[in-house]
Design a protein around this ligand. Structure first.
Ligand SMILES: NC(=O)c1ccc[n+]([C@@H]2O[C@H](COP(=O)([O-])OP(=O)(O)OC[C@H]3O[C@@H](n4cnc5c(N)ncnc54)[C@H](O)[C@@H]3O)[C@@H](O)[C@H]2O)c1
Ligand SMILES: O=C(O)[C@H](O)COP(=O)(O)O
Length: 632
């Protein structure tokens, strides 16, 4: 008698291990790969109302309950009082900072939107587990605590703007939360503000304005400096930096730039020379900062670097306050190394009221207004709303910050292989016998395509998901797959084998080899001692095509029984009858054998999970040598 083995992991039935890729039948042409972000698709048409609640930054004692009481429901066009129509499964979106109406309209057409501005960190943590998405600007710190407090519900953080230094990207990735930003809509606004500050600083506009308003007329005190013919060093030649450069050239300035990652020909194309960091500091009359705040750029402008600047240099910062050591800047202003500074951004926002820097007479300040034009805010709101809705729909956003960018056409083409990859992972892990953990998996993709033309990152992520989710409480998606695999000591290596088949078909087969483990189903061990399973996509449906040395052909739907038996007549009937007796529906069956009348492996696709009795009866069939039940 064969030993009955109900091998599927018990945890897999209790947690949502797999969100169907498609709501109905899989369509290879669809690019909505919900399971990549493991998020259910939602209807997009039900109207929703917006709730606007203000809690007050000053009133720290305001409880969440009170904050909710102060909610004022504002209606959007004809969506008044329709909250009852909002179905529970519509995603909830928290907007924690002012977002343009056009973006709110996009969001409210898709999900339940709550605008709740000026939440304290504690209030945000208290509420976040009720939301699937969070939309922020630069004022909300999305810390590790926020991701922890979200208890796995938060799927997307949308940054309505460029800088993502207020979002803990490591934590987001660990928790499988996608972060998207809106990188283009405020570029011109920021560049215009940089130019506005440059000119205002050079001509003492703010100081003269304040002086006149206090009743003075100080024409001699506010003699400025000219911009024309002066050298401007643009530090960070990205989107904003290059727009500043164009405008400064229009003002007759000589523009140089420093950016270690920018190709020289891109700068040259607009008449700007790229120079080294030190060269920029030593040459410039004006320095305008446009790099992101990263561990490398934090306080990059400090006592040492100010000392390398031309005496009397003028500095504009519309990037991030943290790139400047603010105390060092005060010293440089006091000793005349820096003649003037114009700052839109600060290490701490808002800065302390008695900040020496803000109060310095040679400093012009604005309260982080770079992106604050009507036009930019309208654009940013739509850009981020569309990115968040797309992400909640399972699409990979072009502005994803912590997930691989996979072009839509590649996603669409690989859709059925994504399902296959996850199912093979689930099969492989269930074949491993208890105690021996999977440490190393080799994946072989057979394809007629040139290896460089095959982007397998999504497939690798889904294999990881299939392997890890049934045996742990981890939740895997494209965002955190590589991170989680590494954390769990799972090494996935990939091999691509070029085969002679139709180039129309991206992948001929995917094979998983799990090394150095024991198997619950000895027949799944291939000649080299690895557990080996292979699958193919046939007519858009994933099929298991090989187990160990046995060729089979069974569609990977529902559940699966693998049996090794003596190759003799009547075996299919016997097992089929047992399953029928227990009301288990067979959806596919295939037999593969090594030699005639020797051994065969029967793969039976079944819709229901057989009970213990049925499994025992199968094990009691004398010719059955081993069998295993696997949940797909
Ligand atoms: N004040 C505002 O309201 C406002 C508005 C928009 C953008 N910003 C900030 O402006 C900055 C630039 O935004 P962007 O949209 O141009 O981003 P971007 O990514 O297009 O450009 C940043 C550039 O900085 C370069 N860079 C990176 N490290 C550098 C270093 N050590 N030295 C020099 N250059 C370096 C990058 O190569 C890149 O070209 C960001 O910090 C962003 O947050 C502020
Ligand atoms: O990084 C940005 O996009 C700007 O700093 C704008 O920030 P804000 O959305 O808070 O105005």
């Amino acid at each position: 008698m064969a030993t009955p083995i109900a091998s599927s992991s018990s945890s897999s039935s209790t947690k949502p291990f797999f969100t169907p890729l498609f709501s109905s039948s899989p369509s290879p042409s669809s690019s909505r790969l919900s399971s990549l972000l493991s998020f259910h698709q939602h209807p997009t048409s039900t109207p929703a109302s917006l709730k606007l609640s203000h809690s007050h930054r000053n009133s720290h004692s305001l409880s969440v309950a009170n904050a909710l009481k102060t909610e004022e429901v504002i209606s959007l066009s004809n969506f008044e009082n329709l909250e009852d129509l909002i179905s529970e499964d519509r995603p909830s979106i928290l907007v924690s900072e002012k977002l343009g109406d056009a973006g709110l309209q996009v969001l409210s057409g898709f999900g339940k939107v709550e605008c709740c501005y000026d939440l304290s960190p504690e209030e945000l943590c208290a509420r976040i587990s009720k939301f699937d998405a969070l939309i922020v600007r630069s004022g909300t710190k999305v810390t590790r605590q926020v991701f922890e407090a979200a208890k796995g519900r938060l799927k997307v953080v949308g940054r309505a703007g460029v800088g993502i230094d207020n979002v803990d990207l490591h934590a987001a990735t660990e928790f499988g939360c996608l972060v998207v930003n809106a990188p283009t809509a405020n570029t011109v606004a920021a560049a215009e503000h940089g130019i506005a500050l440059l000119a205002a600083m050079a001509r003492n506009v703010a100081q003269a304005d304040a002086s006149m308003k206090s009743g003075k007329w100080q024409r001699n005190k506010y003699v400025g400096v000219s911009l024309v013919g002066k050298t401007l060093a643009v530090m960070g030649f990205g989107k904003v930096g290059s727009e500043v450069a164009r405008r400064a050239k229009g003002l007759g300035m000589n523009v140089i730039a420093h950016d270690p990652y920018c190709p020289a020909d891109r700068a040259r194309a607009i008449g700007v020379d790229l120079v080294s960091f030190d060269q920029a500091l030593a040459t410039a009359d004006f320095i305008s900062l446009h790099m992101p705040l990263t561990p490398t750029t934090a306080k990059i402008f400090n006592d040492q670097t100010f000392a390398k600047m031309k005496k009397g240099v003028r500095i504009v910062n519309v990037a991030r306050g943290g790139v400047i050591d603010e105390d060092a800047l005060v010293r440089a202003l006091d000793n005349g190394t820096v003649a003037q500074a114009a700052l839109d951004v600060f290490c701490q926002e808002p800065p302390a009221k008695d900040s020496k820097l803000v109060q310095h007479e040679n400093v012009t300040v604005t309260p982080h207004l770079g992106a604050s034009t009507k036009e930019a805010q309208a654009g940013v709101a739509i850009e981020i709303a569309e990115a968040v809705v797309g992400a909640l729909n399972g699409e990979l956003s072009a502005t994803a910050v912590n997930a691989p960018m996979v072009p839509a056409e590649v996603l669409s083409e690989l859709a059925p292989y994504v399902v296959l990859a996850e199912k093979l992972g689930r099969l492989a892990v269930q074949l491993v016998s208890g105690g021996s953990g999977i440490k190393s998996v080799k994946v072989t993709y057979r394809s007629s395509r040139n290896p460089d033309d095959l982007d397998t990152r999504i497939l690798r992520a889904m294999i990881t998901k299939g392997i890890i989710e049934p045996i742990s409480s981890s939740f895997i998606n494209l965002v955190n797959a590589d991170f989680t695999a590494k954390q769990k000591g799972l090494r996935i290596s990939e091999e691509r084998v070029v085969v002679d088949s139709s180039p129309e078909v991206p992948i001929d087969s995917i094979q998983l080899h799990v090394s150095s483990v024991d198997s619950k189903f000895a027949s799944s061990i291939s000649d080299n001692g690895d557990i080996s399973v292979e699958g193919k996509v046939k007519y858009g449906v994933p099929h298991l095509t090989c187990v160990g040395a046995f060729a089979v052909d069974v569609s990977l739907e529902g559940n699966l029984i693998l049996c090794r038996q003596v190759d003799q007549p009547g075996m299919i009937g016997k097992v089929g009858n047992i399953l029928a007796k227990h009301n288990v529906n067979v959806n596919f069956m295939s037999v593969g054998r090594t030699y005639r009348r020797k051994q065969a492996v029967m793969a039976i696709g079944i819709d229901e999970e057989p009970n213990k009795e049925a499994l025992n009866e199968i094990g009691d069939v004398p010719a059955i040598e081993e069998f295993v039940f696997l949940e797909l």
